[in-house]
Design a protein around this ligand. Sequence first.
Ligand SMILES: Cc1cc2nc3c(=O)[nH]c(=O)nc-3n(C[C@H](O)[C@H](O)[C@H](O)COP(=O)(O)O)c2cc1C
Length: 201
Amino acid sequence: MKKRLGPSDRLYPMPCPLVVGGSGEQVDTLAVAWIGIAAGSPPSVAMALRDTRHTLALIRDGREFTVNIPATRLAAEVDFCGITSGKATDKFAATGLTLVPAAVVSTPIIAECPYNMECRVTHEVDIGHYTLVVGEVVETHADEHVLDATGEKVDVGLLDPLVYIAGSREYRALGPVVADAFSIGRSIAAPDAEQDGGTGS
Ligand SMILES: Cc1cc2nc3c(=O)[nH]c(=O)nc-3n(C[C@H](O)[C@H](O)[C@H](O)COP(=O)(O)O)c2cc1C
């Protein structure tokens, strides 16, 4: 028996990257759980930012942002950036997180986060008190120690990304691998099925 819980903004689980906006002396970051891939081609990220966020103002000015995936060991730093506004506090000085130049955009990336995406804003959509910001991913970076044996792909076990659980307000780590995607589904017999080989990943 299912229980109706009403309209909700909860989706389980969520990522929890640090999104950076701005450049030069005017840089800020915030924790963003309402974020995901919006398109594969061009590769695009969509995120919902409340209109009061200082980082959003910087992103609107510069039309660029970076998405920085923290490992679980950075939970305290991420949470600090998610409960403190950069209007009055230098979050980088407070947490010790270090900004380093990106390759393509003028907004920096965070050195301590092992995976980083550089984005240029392509769309802004107003939704209530939030703005849905869509950005094209123009470059990505990974620390060598989170790459798999081929040296080309991120090994998510090594990345150990911080996961956010809304409702219980917990940070968690990923669990074990349970199956191969675009593969285990073939074990279900359906002779006439048209099956996608997986353009996504
Ligand atoms: C776990 C977590 C997730 C968050 N996700 C979002 C989000 O998706 N969108 C948003 O606008 N704020 C989100 N926040 C709140 C901002 O990170 C927070 O208000 C931050 O202090 C804003 O900083 P700024 O004003 O310096 O930009 C989140 C906070 C936490 C702790």
